[in-house]
Design a protein around this ligand. Structure first.
Ligand SMILES: NC(=O)C1=CN([C@@H]2O[C@H](COP(=O)(O)OP(=O)(O)OC[C@H]3O[C@@H](n4cnc5c(N)ncnc54)[C@H](OP(=O)(O)O)[C@@H]3O)[C@@H](O)[C@H]2O)C=CC1
Ligand SMILES: O=C(O)[C@@H]1CCC=N1
Length: 275
């Protein structure tokens, strides 16, 4: 018998995103005894049990059959088989939450029993430390109450927005994949420090603190990034000289092209599910 307002929660797939969600849902008030993970790798299942105290020994059908909320954290290619397996075992009134990139709500609704409530979420990995950015959309049988339950479950992941489903590919391109762009840029800035003669460890420390500090300024002051950028740029100084090179090397255009490529790949993933 569950003691939290979320009831029993199952997470199918204990990989990177499954783990981030397990941690966040426990912080949001899901009781550890009410949370089960289904993960085929015994080594990984043990790791999750030891780290979070959750049950992780049972398979998909078993954990899904006792859950009020079934979180699907699988790669798109593994979805069809698992949905077909768990569909007949779902509890009356259960809500299925998926984080898979690209895969549309209609895919879940086709593979699950008629009337199943489905919520599609695009989270990101900073959810692990409560600094994530997610957006969600409800399927045709998801009520306002289902959406509220999922929002509350995700509250400890960080920012959670509700968007129309047509925007989820763009969300994937901006915030879903976004942490990787940031790590790429931090690494590039650290590399630049090494190029200029700094010891590698100090270069990485400076680059990381600079990103963290700049983001804190954005969050704390509520000012637009252009205003903050101008404040760093002293007339005739070093920063305008550097920014000119970023423009000359097409960094802004590169970021836009990267996001378009991620959006396109998300669409392709959806098309592959139907293929
Ligand atoms: N990583 C990210 O930043 C984000 C990922 N996502 C989405 O999250 C989903 C998962 O991605 P991610 O966590 O990165 O991938 P991972 O490969 O880390 O996790 C997937 C997990 O599912 C397990 N698995 C495979 N088959 C099954 C099965 N039949 N039943 C139960 N579990 C199974 C895998 O086990 P094994 O390894 O043993 O095969 C693995 O542990 C994807 O759909 C992705 O689009 C969304 C937003 C961000
Ligand atoms: O790379 C991917 O496909 C997943 C979805 C967003 C982030 N990682």
């Amino acid at each position: 018998m569950s003691t939290s307002r979320f009831g029993q929660v199952a997470v199918l797939g204990g990989g990177v995103m499954g783990e981030a969600l397990v941690g966040a849902m426990l912080r949001a008030g899901v009781e550890v005894d009410d949370l089960s993970v289904s993960e085929p790798s015994a080594h990984r299942a043990n790791e999750l049990s030891e780290r979070y105290g959750v049950r992780a020994a049972d398979g998909n059908a078993k954990v899904a059959s006792r859950a009020d909320v079934v979180v699907v954290a699988l790669k798109p290619g593994d979805l069809a088989g698992v949905l077909t397996e768990i569909g007949p075992r779902l509890r009356e009134g259960a809500v299925v939450v998926s984080v898979a990139a690209g895969v549309p709500l209609s895919f879940y609704e086709r593979h699950l029993p008629e009337g199943t409530a489905v919520v599609r979420v695009m989270p990101n990995t900073p959810a692990l430390v409560g600094r994530g950015a997610s957006a969600l959309s409800g399927g045709s049988h998801a009520s306002a109450e289902h959406l509220e339950t999922v929002r509350a479950l995700l509250a400890e992941t960080g920012l959670v927005l509700t968007v129309p489903e047509k925007h989820l590919d763009a969300v994937t391109a901006v915030s879903g994949s976004g942490p990787a762009y940031v790590f790429y840029l931090v690494d590039a800035l650290a590399e630049a420090g090494v190029l200029l003669g700094l010891p590698r460890a100090q270069a990485l420390e400076l680059a990381t603190a600079t990103f963290g500090g700049a983001v804190a300024l954005l969050e704390d002051g509520g000012e637009h990034p252009v205003v903050l950028r101008e404040r760093v740029s002293s007339p005739g100084g070093t920063t305008v000289a550097a920014l000119r090179q970023l423009d000359a090397h097409g960094v802004r255009a590169g970021v836009l092209a990267a996001a378009e490529a991620a959006r396109d790949r998300s669409r392709e993933l959806a098309a592959e599910m139907d293929g």
